[in-house]
Design a protein around this ligand. Structure first.
Ligand code: PMP
Ligand code: GLN
Length: 382
């Protein structure tokens, strides 16, 4: 008998739903990824670097030119100076960055506060480090942090808080006032932060991202994590980065060098070139995705799903209580895929204690116009 280190972990909902979409031929609006290509110049740059022989190990901390581009971007967007050599680390995906940050500082018996609904990779990483997640529920409806509930969850064993804004699956945003609250509540405590900001450029309606990087007190104890996969429409490249103060970066790099050592060289070369040549890409991203959100939501007005337009991410939550109340969201997602040809993600799987009356599905709108129209047609026919 194997004594599992992760006895409660099965196959992720993303794998399950994407596989079901393939088996049934359904439109896949479940797992978050675009059904269109990244910018041609970025794709071409990979081929160029491969042909030029940039195919051996990258430096452990990441290609210097890419680290410098990341530092230039956060200076431009958030007005923050970070040291590309000692504070920026390139990782094979944000997932690896999150894992390494947790392993670097969490010890046996430590507690980590997470907010439900909570992205699926945090808790297994905490458990493998010997820690325990303490789940604080976001408000039902608008997915905001209840700071009283957070304060009640703090204990002498709390060693880390994991923030995620824009938030997966809800799209909710953390505000500057939220960050001030957090800073005040943990000021006298020995607590680190992981700030998962992989959707930092997917924020709509003119709202600006409140990055932890721009909050001096919090940034001093934070690992701020992002993903080139989301930003450049190349989720399969699994390339991300972490920004953290030098002492924290040094601890993270000790783990990263043995988990993976380094990211993929030609991809890092291509991203560095593209970021240097096209700084406008990130500034155009909110408009690009807002148009998709609005198209999709306008089309869904003709359905019996109800929703509030998402303020961030490329996910739209929809409530199906006017369609079927007899099915919980997991069964609803299965029924919708099998019977109506649209795959989605049920929201309850992101909760430690799901809300019994909640009837929400997550739909990914990072899709071509024709896919969105086709999906909306099916959803409107229910
Ligand atoms: N955090 C969140 C909230 C995500 O949605 C994702 C998406 N996959 C990740 C982390 C992981 O990003 P990556 O694919 O770069 O590992
Ligand atoms: N982050 C992606 C999502 O939320 C899934 C990534 C994965 O499959 N691990 O859909």
């Amino acid at each position: 008998m194997i004594r599992s280190k992760l006895p409660n972990v099965g196959t992720t909902i993303f794998t399950t739903m994407s596989q079901l979409a393939v088996q049934t031929g359904a439109l896949n609006l479940s797992q978050g990824f675009p059904d269109f290509n990244g910018p041609q110049a970025l794709l071409d740059a990979v081929g160029r670097h491969v042909a030029a022989g940039h195919n051996q190990y990258a430096p452990m901390t990441g290609l210097p030119a890419l680290r410098q581009q990341v530092a230039a971007k956060v200076a431009r967007l958030y007005g923050v100076q970070v040291d590309a050599d000692h504070e920026v680390t390139i990782t094979p995906g944000a997932t690896e960055a999150i894992f390494c940050a947790i392993q670097a500082v969490i010890q046996a018996g430590d507690e980590v506060i997470v907010f439900d609904p909570c992205y699926d990779s945090y808790e297994p990483a905490v458990e493998l480090a010997g820690g325990r997640c303490v789940h604080v529920q976001l408000s039902d409806g608008d997915f905001r942090i209840d700071w009283q509930a957070f304060s009640d969850a703090l204990s002498p064993r709390t060693r880390m808080v994991i923030l995620n804004s824009p938030h997966n699956p809800s799209g909710a945003l953390i505000t500057r006032e939220d960050l001030d609250q957090l800073a005040q509540l943990i000021a006298e405590r020995d607590i680190y932060l992981v700030s998962d900001e992989v959707y930092e450029h997917l924020i709509y309606d003119g709202v600006r991202h409140a990055s932890v990087l721009a909050h001096e007190q919090l940034a001093a104890r934070a690992f701020v994590i992002s993903s080139f996969g989301k930003t450049y429409h190349v989720t399969g490249w699994k390339t991300g980065y972490v920004i953290a103060p030098p002492a924290l970066s040094a601890e993270l790099r000790k783990v990263h060098q043995y988990v993976n050592f380094c990211g993929v060289t030609p991809l890092q070369c291509a991203l560095a070139d593209f970021m240097a040549e096209h700084p406008e890409h990130v500034e155009q991203l909110p408009g690009f995705y807002q148009a998709k959100r609005d198209l999709f939501c306008d089309l869904l007005q003709g359905s019996r799903f109800t929703f509030t337009r998402t303020p961030g991410t490329y996910f739209q939550l929809v409530d199906y209580s006017q369609i079927r109340t007899d099915l919980n969201d997991v069964d609803m997602a299965l029924w919708l895929t099998r019977e109506h040809g649209v795959a989605s993600i049920p929201v309850s799987v992101f909760y430690q204690r799901p809300i019994p009356e909640q009837r929400l599905l997550r739909l990914c709108f990072a899709k071509r116009e024709e896919t969105l129209r086709h999906a909306a047609e099916k959803l409107c026919a229910i």
